[in-house]
Design a protein around this ligand. Sequence first.
Ligand SMILES: C[S@@+](CC[C@H](N)C(=O)[O-])C[C@H]1O[C@@H](n2cnc3c(N)ncnc32)[C@H](O)[C@@H]1O
Length: 220
Amino acid sequence: MRRQSFVGCGAHALTTVPLAYLVGETGRVVAVDRSRWRFFEEVATSAGVKHKIIPLKLDARELPFPFRAFDLAVLVHGVRSLKNEETMVKVISEMLRVSERVFIAESLPVANNERQRAHLELYNLREEIFEALFGEKDDLHYPTLEKLIELVERAGGRVIKSGTFEPELPHYLAYIPREYVERVEDDEKRAELLRRWGRAYENWKAGAEHPPVGWLIAKR
Ligand SMILES: C[S@@+](CC[C@H](N)C(=O)[O-])C[C@H]1O[C@@H](n2cnc3c(N)ncnc32)[C@H](O)[C@@H]1O
């Protein structure tokens, strides 16, 4: 594996850095994100892999590569950020167009214990809170593995392998401060969200864990 593109790499380069290690000394990772580049330089430099990463600030609905330039295109914990199914299908079809293979991983809407349930309860408020605050959904509810496969097929892909795994990690990124919810203008919506936030937060404080993750490899 020598050339990878990574869509939705995000500010903290959580997946970009491991990918940059994986491609070896001569391999390169093209990291694509339309925003959130704030910590990128710092993280990539301190990890010693900056020279292997080519950052591209653009929207993944139109990738600027005219032909199949990569051996692997990767979308990790990014499907949830693509706003709607039309965009998901468009981005996946672009990944299939530019790469031999596509790897997608995303958290699943599944809780096998109380801590995973606590994560999901707080996380599932984010979509509605973002919509109430900004008029646009973000951090959509996690898709099932069946939905991920359906999206890939709608994008013209063929899933050649898929599975799930339990990260067994504490996971506190679902947190959204109460002050955000307090900014919702609609009185009724704010009261309802605050009530649900309070209940979810109490459970979350007692311990939250990463839910199972679904993954797949696809080809065009
Ligand atoms: C939940 S973050 C995941 C970050 C990273 N994959 C990780 O695991 O740490 C999703 C990222 O997708 C990016 N994103 C959302 N829509 C995009 C689009 N249409 N084109 C490119 N990037 C996009 C967001 O800016 C955000 O950084």
